[in-house]
Design a protein around this ligand. Structure first.
Ligand code: 13P
Length: 340
């Protein structure tokens, strides 16, 4: 298969009607934090058991078309010895891999960050592909505070995202491009709009410079939200209106799918906001979907608590959130549905 048809086939498998992506790619420190909240020790065996639980959820493939894994998970197996990427693929869920190596401070832009991991990326991707990964994910983060993000930060992060995306495509791997404007802080929703517009404008300019084919990427942005500690809150209508307005200004119609991250919204908020966005989207040129980690997994972790006897109920919790987010893709979700 040519690289082009390989990329196209992966996009077709990932951008299913009513489906979204499960992000289960927490790095070692992040998964340790999530486990600690439910009193589970972050051992390799516990991480294997937990991710195996996620990927073997009966019916997962009805609502989930792709899963983002952490490097360690690519090499792990279910209790009966099946490689986890294979367990996902057998459910019709395309396995992918987070390939960035986290952030460091950006020199000469105090407060801004930049993501590491470009050196040797092509070699790593080749290995991940042999283990079953068909797409990748890279996240740049942008804190909103005072002068941040600076223009230097915005341009540098865009350049890194574009280099990553170009490398992925050259190897037949679909890149998820994730510029995350952080929810932390007390900024207004207007400030979030302004920052996100500048960020995405720079990202698409850089993707163009690096000749990345927009038909073969998935954009994973944050929604337009007021800061977590902002005195003035916003409801789903306003969030949807501003999120769509910002996307229309910056994201070319060639991009097949926009899969939001949840970024610290509660599971119910993330579903209600996605629903409002779809209800208002009209004939938007892109699919508007989800690629949630916390908003899909929080109820699962709370139910599981590291105990094998809770695994089945925990899987039902994942099935429910995946299903509700799938309904939100049609704009017909109501909070009443949470009670079922
Ligand atoms: P959240 O949905 O928890 O923000 O995570 C998505 C993700 O993949 C972060 O990189």
């Amino acid at each position: 298969m040519s690289i082009q048809s390989e990329l196209q086939a992966t996009i077709a498998d990932m951008v299913g009607e009513g489906k979204g992506i499960l992000a289960a790619d927490e790095s070692l420190p992040t998964i340790a934090k999530r486990f600690k909240a439910v009193n589970v020790e972050s051992t390799e065996e516990n991480r294997r058991a937990y991710r195996s639980l996620l990927l073997t959820t009966p019916g997962l493939g009805e609502f989930i078309s792709g899963v983002i894994l952490f490097e360690e998970t690519l090499g792990q197996k279910t209790a009966d010895g099946k490689p986890l990427p294979q367990a996902a693929a057998e459910q019709g869920v395309v396995p992918g891999i987070k390939v960035d190596k986290g952030t460091i401070p950006l020199v000469n832009a105090p407060g801004d960050l930049v993501t590491q991991g470009l050196d040797g990326l092509a070699d790593r991707l080749t290995g991940y592909k042999e283990q079953g990964a068909r797409f990748a994910k890279w996240r740049e983060v942008y804190p909103i505070a005072g002068h941040n993000p600076t223009m230097l930060g915005i341009k540098t992060n865009a350049e890194v995202l574009a280099r990553y995306a170009a490398i992925c495509q050259s190897l037949g791997i679909v890149p998820i491009v994730e510029p995350e404007v952080l929810l932390d802080g007390d900024h207004t929703i207007e400030r979030c709009f302004e920052v996100t517009e500048a960020v995405q404008h720079a990202v698409f300019h850089a993707l163009h410079r690096h000749r990345v084919e927009l038909e073969h990427i998935i954009l994973k942005p944050s929604m337009i939200l007021p800061g977590k500690d902002a005195p003035k809150k916003a409801g789903p209508q306003e969030i949807a209106e501003k999120t769509l307005a910002q996307l229309r200004r910056t994201v070319p119609a060639a991009v097949p799918s926009i899969n939001f991250l949840s970024g610290g919204q509660t599971p119910e908020e993330a579903t209600a906001n996605l629903n409002a966005i779809n209800a208002m989207a009209g004939n938007a040129p892109w699919q508007l979907s989800f690629s949630y980690a916390r908003a899909l997994q929080d109820p699962v972790l709370k139910t599981w608590q590291g105990k094998a006897e809770n695994a089945q109920v925990a899987q039902q919790a994942l099935y429910k959130r995946a299903k509700l987010n799938s309904v939100a893709r049609t704009g017909s979700y109501t909070s009443e549905m949470e009670k079922d």
